[in-house]
Design a binder for this molecule. Sequence first.
Ligand SMILES: [Fe+2]
Length: 184
Amino acid sequence: VADGTIPPLPSPQEVDVAVQVVHDHADRLFLWDYERDRGQLVKLYEKAMGSQWNSVTDLDWSVDVDPERLVSEQESPVLGVARVAGTLPGSPLASWGEREYLGLGIELFKAQLSQFVHGEQGAMMTAAKIVETVPWIDARYYASTQTMDEARHTEVFSKYLSSPPSVTCCGGRTSHCCRSSCAT
Ligand SMILES: [Fe+2]
């Protein structure tokens, strides 16, 4: 962790909540043939190596992000449905004003980003599975770069979602308010 302390091991209950076991039956292949005989994959691998980027230093994490502005400028279709639902007789949203809809929009935005985080992790595991199972060394090398790429995507989305360093929202408050509802 950032301050150098080592967190305690998670309890079995915490593991149950945070870890999903997925069983598969793929054989893991150990290759004895290191011949570079797949030219297109060699090129792809070399190109991938040359375009590696650093998720910490190559992105400007100091840029302020205003979720209220993002949501206002690109309203989700789901939010539009909620607005219509709020006009129906007996709707639990009948008392909602713009502040509540804005809060819902921010929550929808965060939910969408969360799906990206999980999707990118899935892509990382898929690329890693290719590394394990593909029978050609050139494909294995290239899939390794793809695994690293997906790791960066996962890390960046997760970081952006959970602790943007300079995020401002809720009228200028700077905090983790993008984790919780700005409407409260
Ligand atoms: Fe990705």
